[in-house]
Ligand binder design. Structure first.
Ligand code: SUG
Length: 454
């Protein structure tokens, strides 16, 4: 033995993933336009307990691999304050009965557990990219869908509670809620960098811009270019490190309602389908020009290898691409990818290719979320944090074995294992959900987050 002491590891900026905990009203209401899975599974019975446990299993497993994994809380649903705003007054049980009878679609919209897809919670710019060195958050307005447009208020509160210290974190208000400013958050925002702590390149992908630009014919373009431009200004990003790129309108019409259904980036790697963008070359030119310290790696999957339809049904590009503590990258994908021979062959080809750092997969059963069009990457919000910022995060939201077990127990106590749309009018579901959320605020140290607690 030489008697040498092991060098202390250098504190580095890491990228943490904050997954949305699935709420107790998780159901299939067919509310999301242009989302093939949600349309196909509308009115199918759901299993909220299984949905929440599947999400927790992913969080637990990634934490076990040595990754920083946090959890974000669900929201109160059905949302009585919005029903009241829409003219449904009276005793809560009567309101639920009347809205179910007179406007069942409204009850469904007010009951969606859609805040689970935290890739749509906000756009986040790490301190390495912003002029003031702080991490900036802008909650997404989710303006194109009623059931999602009611998320930003509580999302903003939750983020401000968890990332509380204004020495490190800045919280902006959501953008004005209109499709001309349509913003669906990190799902349409990709950060590329040599290391997580290096000055990053922020790619904002939009579906629609001015009147002259091409638009999808069938489905809404949920993200507007003006929203990305506003966020880049608010987050005080260097314009040279920002690029706005348009999604292919035909791909939106084929079911690519967010860019994270057809592309994923991590550090210096951008994995995407050939039909993701209108102008792929200009993205590459910008990345090559601006990235320093490493050569960027572009992995393009051609249409002849995998069609857009295959990409949408398997959600291959909605895999999480994660940097592992050993320096390699891993693709976190779904059973749907593994069960599709062609998709699995594509994944193996990527892993076998020595020109990229992707060395393996982690495969998860996320069927409950997938049936509503939410894959692994939809369920997480990425936040790059330096060591000081990391210690400023509310410590109770970091997933470890103990918290995962505690949350699993909590799910088993409160969640149903079968839900159909008629159940959303049941006052006992509302009661149980509120009790569950009340206890959750204690577990995660969130204070009075919800309207019913005020
Ligand atoms: O907005 N589904 C969500 C899925 C969001 C997926 N997120 C990302 N790609 N990042 C949506 O389309 C379905 C709800 C229902 O129909 O019951 C829904 O809202």
């Amino acid at each position: 033995m030489s008697g040498e002491r092991e060098a202390a590891p250098t504190p580095v900026t890491i990228e943490a993933n904050f997954d949305g905990l699935v709420g107790p009203t998780h159901n299939y209401a067919g509310l999301a336009q242009g989302n093939n899975a949600a349309a196909k599974n509308a009115e199918m019975p759901s299993n909220p307990a299984a949905a929440a446990l599947q999400g927790l299993a992913k969080m637990r497993a990634l934490a076990k691999l040595g990754l920083a994994q946090g959890v974000l809380p669900p929201q109160e649903r059905p949302h009585l304050p919005t029903l009241k705003q829409l003219g449904f007054e009276g005793r809560e049980a009567d309101v639920l009965k009347r809205v179910h009878r007179d406007a069942p679609q409204l009850l469904a919209a007010m009951s969606s557990a859609s805040s689970m897809w935290t890739a749509n919670a906000a756009t986040v710019s790490p301190g390495a990219d912003t002029a003031d060195g702080r991490v900036h958050f802008t909650p997404a307005n989710l303006a194109t869908h009623l059931h999602r447009s009611i998320e930003p208020l509580v999302t903003g509160r939750a983020l401000a509670t968890i990332f509380r210290d204004d020495k490190h974190f800045v919280h902006h208000a959501a953008l004005p809620s209109t499709p001309q400013m349509g913003d669906e958050g990190a799902a349409n925002h990709t950060r590329l960098c040599s290391e997580h702590g290096a000055h990053g390149l922020e790619l904002f992908v939009y579906g629609a811009a001015g009147d002259k630009d091409p638009k999808p014919d069938i489905h809404p373009a949920r993200q507007n270019r003006a929203a990305g431009e506003a966020i880049a200004r608010l987050h005080r990003l260097d314009p040279d490190y920002v690029h706005h790129a348009q999604q292919r309108p035909a791909s939106i019409d084929a079911g690519v309602f967010h860019n994270d259904v057809i592309a994923v980036g991590n550090q210096h790697v951008l994995l995407h389908h050939e039909e993701a963008f209108v102008d792929t070359q200009s993205i590459r030119d910008w990345v090559k020009r601006r990235m320093s310290g490493r050569d960027p790696v572009f992995i393009e999957v051609g249409s002849s290898e995998l069609s857009v339809d295959d990409a949408v049904s398997s959600y291959l590009f909605n895999s999480q691409l994660l940097s592992m503590p050993d320096g390699t990258m891993r693709l976190v994908c779904t059973h749907e990818c593994r069960d599709d021979e062609r998709v699995w062959a594509t994944i193996q080809r990527i892993i076998d290719d020595p020109r990229n750092p992707i060395a393996g997969t982690e495969v998860f059963d996320l069927r409950q979320s997938m049936r509503n069009g939410g894959g692994p990457a939809c369920l997480r919000l990425r936040v790059a944090l330096d060591p000081a910022q990391r210690t400023a995060v509310n410590p109770k939201v970091w997933i470890d074995e103990a918290l995962a077990a505690r949350l699993e127990q909590w799910v088993r106590k409160y969640y149903r294992d079968r839900l159909i749309l008629a159940d959303l009018a049941d006052p006992e579901l509302l009661d149980a959900s509120r009790c569950a959320l009340d206890e959750l605020t204690q577990i995660l140290g969130l204070g009075s987050l919800y309207d019913f607690q005020r």
